[in-house]
Design a protein around this ligand. Sequence first.
Ligand code: AHN
Ligand code: ZN
Length: 257
Amino acid sequence: SELKRFGAQVYEQEATLKAYDGTPLEARNIIGSFNPDKDKRILLFAHWDTRPYSDHDPDPANHKKPLDGADDGASGVGALLEIARQMGMKAPEVGVDIIFFDAEDYGTPEFAKDRYNDTSDTWCLGSRFWGKNPHKPGYKAEFGILLDMVGAKDAVFYKEYISMKYAARYVDEVWEAARNLGYGKYFINANGGGVTDDHEAVIEETGIPCLDIINYDPNSENGFREHWHTQNDNMSNIDKNVLKAVGQTVLEVVYNR
Ligand code: AHN
Ligand code: ZN
């Protein structure tokens, strides 16, 4: 309803997907298109589901509890909704599709790894489904940008490995735009580790070069930040200055094309 309010053409895609443990997941991807008839398009995406497990919480009693997902999920959705609002007020030259993917974060939990396959394909189920069944057959975009965990204070966005492998020139364009806007303290001009995420599914299924803006520190213990997949992923960690830096950077890239 927000995307519609901002003037986007909205598509909803429903699918029953299969979780790591066989649970059927009633999933829904939400797509909002601006300038739907333009050939030259940019794809912006985030996952809107939140993880049903806090399996990295320091307290084992929390491992089976869902988390708020203020950063992991909602931050990307929030930034993209503000981007949509801006585009509703001033249409960009290019076409832009915003996709909110479902079922990204239902991957095999730590506590079940001995009972189930822990393969990377238990994550990113919604984006993989859309990649195989895009809302428009043969859908193409010049490139895509994933926003994942873009709201926490002290966020660092390194140049993620899969993004560099498939979309280096767009990574450099985004990071340069951020630097020029004064956001170089968040957008670190250095290579980071690789992360299995929705961008990989979209690249593999559609061939569209995609990059991931993700708060992932290759120098920390497991790469993810301390609140990741814990009960602490709540609003107390969110810094509006980080959301602003990411949103403004993406808008800069979109309006400069
Ligand atoms: C893996 O843990 C393999 N990928 C994590 C991708 C992710 C989870 N992004 C947000 N939550
Ligand atoms: Zn997650």
